[in-house]
Design a protein around this ligand. Structure first.
Ligand code: AMP
Length: 329
């Protein structure tokens, strides 16, 4: 069975964009592959989080993934910082990573632009840590978006370079992949762009019914179409896209027909959309409540994942140490 590795950044609550753009594919993949899903808490240190926030964010993300259906009996779910072999491999990979190539990475240059006062070495070596995360389990496939393609290219480079330097065929080159040809893009409700944490237009899985309703009712609309079958402007298209994602196809058809006949009442459509989003979120919300108040269960899941991930990582490091020339242990 092929191995899949994917990291999850602990950066707050999951929203509908995260669910339909990423979490849903994790749930599908765990049925077909040997999956390692980890919470990338070491990666998040580049922005120096407060210890209490870091701990809370890791717990939150774990509870939310479990609530969505990521299953510890099917996938290995673990916290990155529980696996000490990862920084050891990171160290070895850093010895063969060159400053020039790291400085050329687009996401690094972007971070430097955004945060010129915090250009730390962790930021520069983000691609080597990511490569260590992936190749430590000999991943065949890594589900990533376009923005991570360059980091994946680096991971392949580092795997290849290790093999060349030590004249072995040890690490395989991980492939980037996506479950569908067309990436799902969940739009925001503020007229343009996609749903995101930083843009403040997100509906979170944890949002209660009245919060969802408030957010949906505020969605940007217009005066309505004036000619039949008119092309939808972006804000309207976005509401329809959301409806397509969360509602029954017949509901979408109903409002689409109304739009095409110039009889659409956006208020009715929004009420329906809010109800459908709530129907989708309610069971997940209940499970988030359950998991986030069950500290013992969360620890148990993290421990189970850590044991399996450590086993896999330790096997790799034992080989790597031997290949590099350290004494066998
Ligand atoms: P982020 O919270 O931005 O780090 O995103 C975590 C994951 O969710 C990534 O795989 C993103 O590609 C995905 N994601 C975030 N926002 C959206 C969105 N609006 N539509 C689709 N996927 C998204």
């Amino acid at each position: 069975m092929e191995t899949v590795v994917s990291g999850i950044r602990p950066t707050g609550n999951l929203h509908l964009g995260n669910y339909f753009g990423a979490v849903k594919s994790f749930i599908t993949m765990q049925e077909q592959y040997k999956c390692f899903y980890f919470i990338a808490d070491w990666h998040s240190l580049t922005t120096h989080p407060h210890p209490a926030n870091l701990r809370q964010n890791v717990r939150t993300i774990l509870a939310e993934y479990l609530a969505c259906g990521v299953d510890p009996d099917k996938a290995t779910i673990y916290v990155q910082s529980d696996i000490r072999e990862i920084p050891e491999l990171y160290l070895y990979l850093n010895m063969n990573a060159y400053i020039g190539e790291l400085e050329r990475v687009t996401s690094f240059k972007e971070k430097v632009r955004q945060n010129p006062n915090n250009v730390n070495a962790g930021l520069l070596t983000y691609p080597t840590l990511m490569a260590a995360d992936i190749i430590i389990h000999h991943a065949d496939k890594v589900p990533v978006g376009k923005d991570q393609e360059q980091n994946m290219e680096m991971a392949r480079h580092f795997a290849r370079r290790f093999n060349q330097i030590y004249e072995v065929e040890y690490f395989k080159e991980p492939a980037s992949f996506s479950l569908s040809d067309k990436a799902v893009k969940v739009p925001g409700l503020d007229g343009t762009g996609k749903m995101g944490k930083s843009t403040g237009n997100a509906i979170y899985l944890i949002d209660d019914e009245s919060t969802i309703k408030k957010k949906v009712m505020r969605a940007v609309t217009d005066q309505g179409p004036t000619t039949p079958n008119q092309v939808k402007p972006e804000p309207i298209e976005n509401i329809f896209t959301l409806m397509q994602i969360v509602s029954d196809p017949s509901t979408y058809e109903y409002f689409n027909d109304k739009y095409n006949a110039c009889e659409i009442r956006y208020g009715d459509m929004k009420k329906q959309l809010a109800a459908d989003i709530n129907a989708f979120c309610a069971p997940i919300r209940e499970r988030i409540e359950y998991y986030s108040h069950n500290e013992a269960l969360l620890s148990q899941v993290a421990e189970k994942g850590a044991t399996a991930a450590r086993e896999s990582a330790a096997r790799t490091l034992q080989d790597v140490r031997q290949i590099i020339g350290f004494r066998r242990n």
